[in-house]
Design a binder for this molecule. Sequence first.
Ligand SMILES: [Zn+2]
Length: 394
Amino acid sequence: MKNSFKNLFLLTLFFSILIGCSQEELTSDEELIIESSDFKELEITQDDILKIKKLEFNTTGLRLIEIITSKGIAEKYYIVEEDIRIAAHQVDKMIGAASISKQYNSNNIVDNDREITVRGVTQGSGAITNAQKNALLKAIENYNNVGIGLRFRLTFGTKDNSKDINAIQVFDPRNGAQADFPFGGNPGPEVRMFTGASGNNSLVLTHIWMHEIGHTLGLRHTDWNGRQSCPPELQGVEPVNPNGLPNVNGLNHIPGTPTGFDATSVMLACFSTSENGQFGTYDVVALKHLYPWVGLPIVRTRNPDPTICTNVFVQPDRYMLPVSPGADTYELTSNSSNLIVDRFVRPNQEILMIASQPGNYRLTLKVSNSFGSRSATIFVTANQCNDDGGGFGF
Ligand SMILES: [Zn+2]
């Protein structure tokens, strides 16, 4: 009973999502071309499928390719769940590490509390476009704003293998991208935007980078068990755990995130033209679970600090706090009863301030997490303004 109700729920969501989708979904039936390297498609054996199943990936559409590297060495890679590339020689080690189930993730996520260097390749082979560059800036800013134990440092230039991740563009007519999966505590070394994705608007491009960087950190498609975000021909329409496929509640399920379809996730298998370039609520939960912030939060306020209008002395004014990385709670207190302000607040949401007298005031912003708290002062000047003056926040 429980299961059939769940399936009905999934189906309802699935239909409503498809209506919103355009034709520009990631397609799977075309050849994958990786830079200018030679590569060939190898036959998938039952053994390959079993190995990938052991890692709890969806094996629908599994491919095995052989790439000739610039040094003339042939290397085999699995292409999993459309856009995750795993070197074949790593798979056995990943399975070995999975024998104690709780360690499974350790080889498939990145060591926490460290800096991740990202090179946006803007020159030479694999150069991204200006629009892709701007979207990458935004994507990295979004990752840094989540407040996780990974801090991203983005630079631009030619491809640089000393960086943890290179973001490049590769020739491929499909509207999509591809990334490597982490191994040995390091992120997947490359995210590859397809040339076929260059027509997307900036929000969609930001979404694509965020999605692929998510793979490099070990995140998998949230709808891996059905690909409900994709058009019908690309869906792996499967009941939960069919034919021995891994259960969605298996060891890779991240606590606090839904096991059903999450329409807001950046980690859905397919994207649409209406992506907003933001993490879904549960993407943030997942990232914070895998990569918890370590230490006190960093407190941030905006500059210049707000000036508000008090023409009628009760007029609320608006203030938006920036994100303080690592903070779980934000609390504002006023130094005067003449300035009233919301107490428990969130960044990027409107905070109302009401001054009953012109003057200079101070707010204390206290940001906290399980390690403790940090505070900063926000200076507020309440001016008398014209009727139509209207104050301004930030
Ligand atoms: Zn993906």
